[in-house]
Ligand binder design. Structure first.
Ligand code: URA
Length: 219
């Protein structure tokens, strides 16, 4: 059964499943619109996130906010979570046992939000979501399908800050995200119209014919 975000939070709260509980300041659960069409998945909280209890509020987060504009998105429209909910000391890479302990929470979050599109930021989240050993450089730049989700893998924003030659590729990936969203929204609007054609609501049928209601749907 799908858990709600607050049920998942109750399970994460006070978690001691791995040793990161000994060094964390706060648990960084995730933030954003619980009905988001797009969910972003990062790696693990950094220093700012560990202090502020929110993903992507440091330098990488500021760059992420800029990138969102290339997709026509605002931060409050998306949901963001990480592979790990607690900061690894000195921002080292997540260990396999930490990922094993923590990713069931992420899986539940993905199910609770049920987004249409997942954007994976960097190698760790991309490998986890796409269940692959391939690196991000070969996977980015296209839309992948896994289960019912479309997945757009891209570099981690921190990697692009460190190596600015990655920035144009990230921007391309966010433009791709914007186009996919537009296409999805247009398809959804068309489906709604088609459903209305098949099953017009009772009060619509009673309306006197006007230019709007006497279109080809009803003729
Ligand atoms: N990097 C991440 O992967 N996640 C954060 O929340 C911050 C930096």
């Amino acid at each position: 059964m799908t858990k709600t975000l607050s049920e998942i939070w109750n399970e994460v709260d006070g978690c001691r499943l791995c040793r990161l509980c000994e060094t964390r300041t706060t648990i960084v659960f995730g933030v954003g619109d619980p009905n988001a069409e797009v969910m972003f998945i990062g790696e693990a909280p950094g220093k700012q996130e560990d202090l502020g209890a929110e993903p992507f509020i440091g330098a990488a987060g500021k760059y992420l906010n800029t990138l969102l504009s290339h997709a026509g998105l605002k931060r409050e429209e998306i949901y963001i979570a990480n592979i790990l909910k607690c900061r690894p000391p000195e921002n080292r890479n997540p260990l396999p046992e930490e990922m094993e302990a923590c990713t069931p929470f992420l899986r539940d979050q993905v199910q609770a939000i049920n987004p249409e599109i997942l954007v994976t930021l960097g190698n760790f989240s991309t490998r986890f979501i796409l269940r692959t050993d391939r690196g991000i450089t070969g996977l980015r730049g296209q839309v992948h399908l896994t289960g019912r989700f479309s997945v757009i893998p891209t570099f981690h924003p921190a990697a692009a800050i460190y190596d600015p030659s990655k920035k144009p590729f990230m921007e391309q990936d966010f433009v791709l995200l914007g186009r996919l969203l537009e296409k999805r929204r247009a398809e959804k609007a068309q489906r709604l119209v088609a459903e209305k054609c098949v099953q017009p609501a009772a009060d619509e049928i009673r309306l006197p014919a006007t230019e709007e209601t006497s279109d080809e749907c009803f003729s």
